[in-house]
Design a binder for this molecule. Structure first.
Ligand SMILES: [Zn+2]
Length: 381
């Protein structure tokens, strides 16, 4: 996703995740060319919400073109990357040095690592017992070394390219809601609402374990890194203007509804028995039904709901999620638009059958034919 803001004659851009393999060539590259964005332009920030191939591979392809000398068309420069990672170095004797100034690695010595799996299972059970009975967190099977490896690759590329990481969050250098980070760029304000420190710490412990094993197996001989599956997604609110003119967009990565709500509360953006209105809600986890509940859509109310999926027949957005949105909008007597990257999937057709448009207050919109992306405009030129 690309966020455009600032003055119409001097727009600024933020890139949020890169999609899976192929998305860069098929979509983002075409978007950049259409907007005539080259290396004389820049992205203020490239955000990798979390390490997962459907978010990182597109960014890796971007970085390939970024450094290429033979490319006649190079994509915009990147001023800063936002990404939660575990910092470590492997020295020549094979011991692992964790960065001394990283708050997140403090206290995580090897003894603590033995407990990490216990912590993890406690958390996992708590999770299973919650109303989110989910495949979102198919630990440990879904929590594979593959995505960690991809995080490793991403982190190294960013370092090789000398792109600053998380400098907006100095000195913490980690992006967590408890620090209440707010970043102002031009006319927008970005408030981080997730992940929480608890979740990031849990994942970092797991990540350290992985590093230890890789070093023991002599697979890693140098490097630093990052790790985060879905729940630890960087989630943030972008706002611009004030009063009636204020516009708000909620970016949620592959996070979960309850964390979004607790993050908004943590930041004082939402009180008990209040609703949270946004112009655009990027649906968490591509519109998976495992990341949201009807209660979530009761509290968080958007005009536009955006689901980015890859168009497979059983793919997200899920019909149950779409039904939750349609039911909520009808109950709230609000007209809403659901934006999908692919229209004719099984799930969307099921949804249309159970919630016919004429009985509800939603409409579905998708990419215009012949185009590879859609644009939502909140601010007039
Ligand atoms: Zn994803």
């Amino acid at each position: 996703m690309v966020l455009e803001f600032g003055k119409p004659l001097d727009p600024k851009y933020i890139l949020i995740d890169g999609g899976p393999d192929g998305v860069f060539v098929e979509i983002l590259d075409k978007f950049l060319k259409e907007k005539e964005l080259t290396d004389s332009n820049s992205f203020e920030v490239m955000v990798l919400t979390h390490v997962d191939e459907d978010h990182v591979l597109g960014l890796m392809d971007y970085l390939k073109d970024y450094e290429s000398n033979i490319q006649s068309f190079r994509p915009p420069r990147i001023k800063e990357v936002w990404h939660n990672y575990l910092e470590y170095e492997v020295n020549s004797t094979g011991t692992i040095d964790y960065s001394a100034d990283s708050t997140r690695t403090r206290g995580l010595d090897d003894n603590n690592l033995q407990n990490s799996f216990v912590d993890f299972w406690n958390d996992f059970n708590e999770f299973n017992n919650s109303k989110y009975n989910s495949s979102e967190i198919r630990f440990p099977s879904n929590f594979t070394s593959k995505s960690i490896q991809q995080g490793d690759d991403f982190r190294r590329r960013i370092e090789e390219l000398k792109i600053p990481i998380n400098t907006s969050f100095h000195p913490e250098n980690e992006i967590i809601v408890e620090n209440h980070p707010t970043v102002d760029i031009e006319d927008i304000k970005i408030e981080i609402i997730g992940p929480s420190k608890k979740i990031l710490d849990l994942l970092i412990k797991k990540w350290k374990k992985w590093v230890k094993k890789r070093v023991a197996d002599r697979i890693i001989t140098r490097g630093r890194d990052a790790r985060i599956p879905n729940r630890s997604s960087i989630m943030f609110l972008v706002s611009s203007g004030s009063g009636d003119d204020e516009k708000r967009i909620l970016f949620t990565g592959d996070g979960r509804g309850d964390y979004i709500i607790s993050g908004l509360k943590e930041r004082g953006l939402l009180s008990e028995n209040e609703y949270f209105f946004v112009d655009i809600l990027k649906l968490p986890h591509h519109g998976s039904e495992y990341n949201v509940t009807p209660e979530f859509f009761d509290v968080v109310r958007a005009t536009h709901y955006v689901a980015s999926g890859n168009g497979g027949q059983h793919a997200n957005p899920n019909s149950k999620t779409l039904k939750m949105i349609a039911d909520a909008a009808k109950a709230q007597e609000r007209n809403v638009t659901i934006w999908v990257t692919y229209d004719d999937t099984d799930q969307i057709n099921i949804f249309r059958d159970i919630c016919p448009e004429e009985d509800y207050t939603y409409k579905i919109k998708t990419v215009d034919s012949g185009k590879t992306f859609f644009t939502l405009e909140l601010l007039g030129n």
